[in-house]
Design a protein around this ligand. Sequence first.
Ligand code: UD1
Length: 367
Amino acid sequence: MIHKPVIHLVAAARPNFMKVAPLYHELIRQDWCKPLLVHTGQHYDENMSENILRDLGLPEPDIHLGIGSGTHAEQTAGVMIAYEKVCLQEPPAFVVVVGDVNATMAVAITAKKLLLPLAHLEAGLRSRDRSMPEEINRIVTDNLSDLLWTPSPDADDNLLAEGIPQEYILRVGNIMIDSYEMLRDKIEAEPVMGALKLSPRSYAVVTLHRPANVDQQETLRPLCDALRQIALQLPLVFPVHPRTRKQLQAFNLWDSLNAEINIHLLEPVSYIPFMALVQQARLVITDSGGIQEETTYLDIPCLTVRTTTERPITITQGTNRLVTTTELKGQVEKALSGQWVHGVRPELWDGRTAARVADSLRKTLGV
Ligand code: UD1
């Protein structure tokens, strides 16, 4: 009997699952390898993990490392120790990591120290802000990877500028768009807005979780003030990330925000209801990475409360703009008055990225 090569697809946190799912399904369909889903456990709440896996049609993880929350060093080290044991027991033919969370870097280091071939999906993104933990994770992971699958030309340029050989780099497009297209029918049929008594294009979606915005009272309080001002004009639907909830409560900001009739604070929502909310929104206020891309794809104004983005193509070609807390209300008014750009969908953001990635993997393995 011929054994199929085992491919580890590593996922850790919420934004990873939408990147792994299309590839998992494509590899199962192609049937030349055995993809194993490795969950490191960084996100563990039902709505941050299990329900998203279910929405995306992913099975129970084949390998669960069970590393939960902790400091950066604790999370990174925990994943490295646990993943090394897995690989020593049964080394995979290829390790695929996605995105830029702590586990992405931890697994990359572990795999390469064991001389295992490593691929990074969503390679080459750079914010040039090394105070973001994700930037450190991206730089380390890209520098260790044997195969770098990029979503956009800027990512190719970043990698080449860092001395990564051209032959390691392959532009494949944006795999998150594959997840959206894979589930578009279900997203369009999702009745989430009815439950909130909202009609299409009559509300904004808000997501905030970056430490730079939520971890200090001096930044989070003015942000809440701005949201209250905006809610006088436009209802806000705000699924609250666990980090943000903790900080809102610690700074005594939760009750006043929750008391606003036009601000709907929700538990984190799973992938299908979340995308249903986004695709019918008038605009989105966020500090997420992936939502900058999804709004560009859906041609929805995106106001990103950050000073930098690792996804500049969402500005140069899409509907994304970086705003400060002070500018937020004015920019919302601009969007409401129709003065917002209509973007174009970047090249290869077409729902066929997983097929390109699977083909590249197969070619590299010579199967
Ligand atoms: C992580 C990623 C970030 C990504 C985000 C998406 C890193 C460095 N950061 O940030 O890039 O944008 O995920 O959500 O990897 N918590 C829960 N339940 C959970 C998960 C977390 O309550 O299921 C709470 C814990 O108190 C935890 C805190 O949220 O300490 C932060 O979680 P963590 O995974 O460390 O970072 P995120 O802010 O989620």
